[in-house]
Design a protein around this ligand. Structure first.
Ligand code: AMP
Length: 281
């Protein structure tokens, strides 16, 4: 496995793969890898000749400096995990390499409602930062397929829209959420939970799962109230819970069976912010 830090070196390697007509699967990450990330890499490996993984903690997508500062970093361990799973190339650029100081960020995006609700409303500038880094990485890696987790459901919708808008020749592959045995969605941030918080955190998904049983009996608004009531009863610090159309992310008054309905939640444990979701149809 090659570990590359510079764009120029990456470009040379990508060119050599393209010359050999090898297909490239790409998994963008911020490192601190866990089995959830690895499941994306395994899928990429099954479907492509070459697998490229980027490891870059993207400063411009953090709206909270404390979150950026404390974001776990473990490149050595990440490299071990990626070697084991058969990744071909790790691209781990410096901040200067991605955002040269003498160049201002020129990109512009308009994702409409997709960037205004939920994470977009809670984290101003977050999706702009995501779109900038992913579009730059797409241009550098030029992948045939790119793999994104459904854990970041709204991010996936944004990336799909960006690919359509910019006409990137990449197939975006959504991958299911990987969970710990107790149901907690795997996340790089889980290591920052105290033992007590870690014990309580599976309640996030327990409530989502229980809500799935009530879909036929309640309207989206009634179900939303039920979920919020359950979280309150359990004393969880919920930032938001929304039930939305799985494509447009519009808030639902009636169940959307064709495009799908999704319940999205953010819960805080101290200053650790955890995200999760469930697909209802
Ligand atoms: P991150 O490093 O958090 O930016 O995540 C990199 C990619 O891994 C994103 O596409 C995430 O949605 C995906 N991912 C993170 N956690 C999980 C998980 N538990 N299951 C599946 N995919 C995940």
């Amino acid at each position: 496995m090659q570990i590359i830090r510079e764009k120029k070196e990456l470009a040379d390697l990508i060119l050599s793969y393209k010359k050999e007509h090898k297909t490239i699967g790409f998994v963008p990450t911020m490192g601190a890898l866990h089995q959830g990330h690895i499941s994306l890499v395994e899928r990429a490996k099954e479907e492509n000749d070459i697998v490229v993984v980027s490891v870059f903690v993207n400063p411009i997508q953090f709206n909270n400096p404390h979150d950026l500062q404390t974001y776990p970093r473990s490149l050595e361990k990440d490299v071990c995990m990626l070697t084991k799973v058969g990744c071909d190339l790790v691209f781990s650029p410096s901040e200067e390499e991605m955002y040269p100081k003498q160049e201002s960020i020129q990109e512009n995006f308009d994702f409409g409602l997709l960037e205004q609700v939920m994470e977009g409303a809670s984290r101003p500038g977050h999706f702009f930062g995501v779109a900038v880094v992913v579009s730059r990485l797409f241009l550098m890696v030029n992948p045939d397929r790119a793999y994104f987790g459904e854990k970041d459901f709204q991010q996936l919708a944004i990336i799909q829209k960006m690919v359509r808008q910019r006409d990137f020749k990449v197939q975006v592959i959504p991958c299911p959420i990987l969970r710990e045995n107790d149901g907690l969605a795997m996340s790089s941030r889980n290591v920052r939970l105290s033992p007590e918080q870690r014990e309580k955190a599976p309640q996030i998904y327990q409530v989502l799962k229980a809500s799935n049983e009530l879909v036929g009996k309640l309207s989206p608004q009634e179900l939303k109230n039920w979920v919020l009531g359950e979280y309150k009863r359990l004393n969880l610090d919920v930032e938001y819970f929304e039930i939305a159309n799985a494509i447009t992310l519009e808030s639902l008054t009636e169940w959307e069976k064709e495009q799908g309905s999704v319940g999205c939640v953010v819960v805080h444990f101290g200053n650790v912010r955890l995200i999760d979701n469930i697909k209802y149809f």
